[in-house]
Design a protein around this ligand. Structure first.
Ligand code: AMP
Length: 417
């Protein structure tokens, strides 16, 4: 017997239903906000991720599924969606005019340590809006993300918000941060020691307990913000407040990937049992130009679909919609039953055709397939122009059976649906 590869899962039953429901709901809302869907390949040239995400990030330095294909070219299973979308905007020449607004969903791969809510193959649902730098754009995007969460039934999350400032801000802040962290270098984790030279801001994001304690006393980016960045961030906060978004400023939020600047955010569950963020994103300044496109700013975010699924009530997806078992008593009634089945489908009623075995076996199959009503068609029914309905989960004997005229059946079923 083969099991799925470690950290990867089969998606079926109520989970597959939840997945479809999330995508349908988000696509509907995305369209309202002007986003069009894009499907990029699951593999890209490895360089696409090296250039955009940054070599010092966990994703690129430790977690990518990269290998040489038969032609000797290094390719990578995408660990996130933004890089591929930026590559596509340039290579497909999609940036005829700005803003370009694209949404995507699909499999992502990271060689991470598997645990609840953390997989090696997982799914993201993401949105990118390129070519429009304004606090209004940032606020609208965060409003859309919140609307999606609410529409799929998730209300207990808050937005953690930070600014990473502009280039000048980050340069000044990095100097201050390195000065402080260098004084504690001997106590930093090995990863953080390495990052101190290459990408010190990422140390703020470290999971190591010692690093975190040291960072508690580190200087804050807010003390280094350029006037423009400060005003920009204030405006984003003001707009979110006006829109009634539940947000909290977290100056340690630097996000895992290198390309962010100005607004950065994450969606965090407020229930204790779910601590992992369900999604995150931020503004990026030069991502498109890395791929040869215009030097233009964009903003985007991605939800982790498995994390969203953990927060959605299972019960909602176990509810069984009305489903009819069409059961001919013997082979003689098969054709009448077949015609009835066809008319049920034409009337948009869910149905199963159960015609093999004894009547009691057929009833058992109907039960197993979660049918709520069995429509029995025997010799008498055909003679009398009617059908016998058996309500599958009804305890009351009187109510369990009902005879309905052939001509009334569809309207009767529509009425109880
Ligand atoms: P990131 O691209 O790292 O900003 O992640 C965005 C979202 O994707 C996170 O907030 C998670 O919801 C989800 N995510 C990231 N990594 C994983 C993983 N290994 N397994 C499941 N979900 C993940």
């Amino acid at each position: 017997m083969f099991a799925p590869v470690r950290g990867m899962k089969d998606l079926y039953g109520s989970s597959a239903k939840k997945y479809g429901y999330i995508i349908d709901t988000a696509s509907r809302i995305g369209e309202k906000y002007g986003y069009n869907e894009i499907k990029t390949p699951i593999v890209e040239a490895t360089e696409v991720f090296h250039r955009s995400i940054g070599d010092e990030t966990d994703v690129v330095s430790k977690e990518m599924y990269s290998f040489l294909d038969k032609g000797g070219e290094s390719i990578t299973l995408r660990p996130e969606g933004t890089a591929g979308v930026m590559r596509a905007i340039v290579s497909e020449n999609l940036a005829q005019s700005f803003p370009v607004k694209l949404m995507y969903h699909g499999e992502m791969f990271r060689y991470d340590r598997p645990q609840r809510g953390r997989y090696r193959q997982f799914h993201q649902l993401g949105f990118e809006c390129v070519g429009d730098k304004s606090p209004y754009t940032d606020a609208i995007l965060i409003c859309m993300a919140t609307e999606i969460l609410n529409a799929i039934g998730i209300f207990d999350t808050k937005v953690l918000l930070n600014t990473l400032g502009d280039k000048d801000t980050r340069e000044a802040y990095t100097k201050g941060l390195v000065k402080y962290l260098s004084r504690h270098e001997d106590k930093l984790s090995d990863d953080s020691k390495r990052r101190l030279a290459k990408n010190p801001m990422r140390i703020l994001d470290s999971k190591d307990a010692n690093d975190r304690a040291i960072c508690q006393m580190a200087p804050l980016i807010t003390d280094y913000l350029s006037k423009e960045s400060e005003q920009y961030f204030q405006k984003v906060c003001e707009l979110l407040e006006k829109a009634g978004i539940n947000f909290e400023i977290d100056n340690f939020l630097v996000r895992g990937l290198d390309y962010y600047s100005e607004t950065a955010f994450e969606f965090k569950p407020t229930r204790d049992e779910h601590r992992d963020s369900v999604g995150g994103g931020g503004r990026y300044d030069n991502l498109l130009s890395i791929f040869g496109g215009a030097d233009i700013s964009g903003i985007g975010f991605a939800f982790g679909i498995e994390r969203l699924m953990l927060l959605i009530d299972d019960a909602k997806f176990k509810e069984i919609a009305l489903k009819i078992a069409v059961i001919p008593v013997s082979e003689t009634e098969n054709e009448v039953a077949f015609q009835l089945l066809k008319s049920l489908y034409d009337a948009e009623i869910s149905a199963e055709f159960i015609h093999i075995g004894t009547l009691s076996k057929k009833m058992k199959v109907a039960d197993r397939l979660n049918c709520s009503i069995a429509v029995i068609i025997g010799e008498d029914e055909i003679k009398n122009g009617c059908f016998t309905l058996k309500f599958m989960n009804c305890e009351d004997k009187e109510e369990k059976t009902k005879v309905v005229a052939k001509s009334d059946l569809i309207s009767f079923l529509k009425h109880i649906n």
